[in-house]
Write a protein that binds this ligand. Sequence first.
Ligand code: CR1
Length: 795
Amino acid sequence: MFSSKEEFKKTFTDRIESKGTEKSLELAHEILWEMTNDWIQESWKRTNQLYEENHEKQLYYISIEFLIGRVLGQNLINLNFYNLVKEGLDELGIELSEIEELEIEPGLGNGGLGRLAACFMDSLASLELPGHGYGLRYRGGLFTQHFVNGNQTEQPTNWIKDKNNVDTRREDLAVDIPYYGEVQLVMGLDGMRTKIENPEWVKAVPYDIPIVGANGGTVNTLRLWQAEVSNRSSSVGKEYAVYERETAHITDRLYPDDSLETGKILRLKQQYLLCSASLQNIISNHKSSLEKLPESIAIQINDTHPALAVPELMRILIDDFSWDWERAWDVTTRTISYTNHTILEEAMEKWDSHLIQSLLPRIFLIIEEIDRRFKESLQNQGKDDETLRKLSIIEDGVIKMAVLAVVGSYRVNGVAKLHTEILKKREMKELNEQFPNKFHNKTNGITHRRWLIKANQELSGLVTEAIGSQWMKEPERLSELHYFSQNQSFLQNFQEIKSLKKEQLIHHLQRDQNIIVDPSSIFDIHIKRFHGYKRQLMNILHIQMLYDRIKRDSTYRPYPRTFFFGGKAAPSYHFAKQVIKMINTVATKVNNDPLARQHLHIVFVENYNVTQAEYLIPAADVSEQISTASKEASGTGNMKFMMNGALTIGTFDGANVEIFEQVGQENAFVFGMRAEQVMDYEKNHSYNPKEIIESDVEIEKLMEELVKGDWTEGKANADFIVGQLLHEGDPYFVLKDLQSYAKAHEKILDAYENPIKWAEMGVENIAASGIFSSDRTIQQYSDDVWHLTKVPSIY
Ligand code: CR1
């Protein structure tokens, strides 16, 4: 872009002048955006040329979510221009961070699954691997959350601007997608073929986002589809205005509420648009050598949302290229692989057959045929009825997307060791027995370029001072920091940086929410989506216990702690919303109590998103990872905190298990039941929360207060929380683990008394975090599943 700061300043000011408009931060943003983009475009073109010339195998990662966060700062970091630009702008009296603040992050995801996809994009490009994303361009990303009287309210987030968008429209690559219609057999030159008569056509138009790898050499593509009216649909069977409205609706919002039938149809339309448009696009580039598809491309489906890729690829090969079934099935099942991200029953997708049959009639026939052939082969193997039922794709008029995804893939993975074991031994036991070598584990990772190099430039600088900069390329080298965990001056610097990041967070919160926080308190942070199993309720109940104790016991005056919460609840998830309301109510009570306030402070950060996370995580002392064991498939927030030197209080769940393994349990605060215990209780229905209440006076008192309504505002809220804990049998074992959680918190206070020891533990965490870089994860996927070859950029 420019070889020196002076050159940058000159180009920048020239461009500002040439605009001839009034100078403003917005203008500075626009110019910086354009300058960065000019540079990226060059690299992007070069990367694509290299891929074409070398005919390298390409990976396509299909995902309904990509939570990429703000783009400008990350691109400058990856281009190695960040510091130069920052200093240059400084000299011109402009703060780069203020320019960055102008960017609205596109919230094209809900949580971990979408953020993982974004981390993977960054790692693929940074490892110089040919890997691209396919997703949807929702006009409204995830809703913006505000609290009104402690309740969550939801407003649409509009991230698309008039100009300087992160993406570029590619009208030339638009494709049409058929919905509804009737399947007809027609005579073609080469025999009978299937055709859909009178479908409702929708045009899918791609928008491309460049994914800039480290050092800027490789720039891959994230392609997002937008639904528009198609000119093939001149005679739709409904009023044109209705068709227009329904079409625009398809990519209007991320995850529409699917508790209603219309919501379900919309969701299915989204999924098919994503799969069909992506596959049409992929196949159009590989038409000449379809036989070699499994050697020239790999398709990864991120959870079951894109599982229709299996029947869609079959449809294309059979209907558009006249292949016979066996040949098409062989190629499909050697091209597609699948990642499972959850075993929660409610998240395992199941579609009513009649919905798919009416919306996607041809796809339905193909799924039926896949199911029929699969069952036939199982019968030939002499499988019993129970096994047959479990392995069937269509059961009682319902299509089980996870089974379809497993049967149609060559490899299937879980996202942490424990999760993969649970999949193999319980949830997908029969499938694993049927396909013994299909299942494998790929523990999640996070890109250290966003979560350490960008979010914590100060810590990143300190690390480099100590061990050199090679760790940025090979994050496992962070282990060299181990030798600095005994180095007093290093520890002191680490503490100073932690304080600085706390100050930055405080400044941000003050500006955003007018909240004042004591920088010397322990920052204990619980940020993630709101869900029963993530147990934000356990955290707030524990705070109530602390409050009671402070009031009751005049000798109990613990070191000040600030408990941060952040996260959104699905608009239709009533329980999660009640927990949000309760936390806000408890916060008001505790924060306004003059005595308690000296020891406890609760801060609920509104509208938690990627940008907020970049402020919160580097400032954390304690990372709350307290899900009910067996429920959190992996977690990735846990890794981000660890990499920033926070200590984990956590259960043996998801990737926590591997975090403890890496850093040693002596450098974390481990508590609670093991997955085995939880699953046994569930199997035998043998957990009774009443027994806990009866045998523990402290918990008994807490429940009494809850029933009385001391901790809630309005009876409905209290009734709901008590109802869940008592009458619904405390499904997430909150009361069961509460005392063990409280004890772990006491250990945290003890440990914090020795600041040097605390810092030492923090540094051990950073040193052990390298393995959780998504560069490691991606390299493993590439070695074991995709078999990609590095394409070194010529830049
Ligand atoms: C899991 O709940 C995991 C991410 C990424 C989530 C979380 O534990 O870290 O995926 N699953 O693998 C999910 O969103 C729909 O399922």
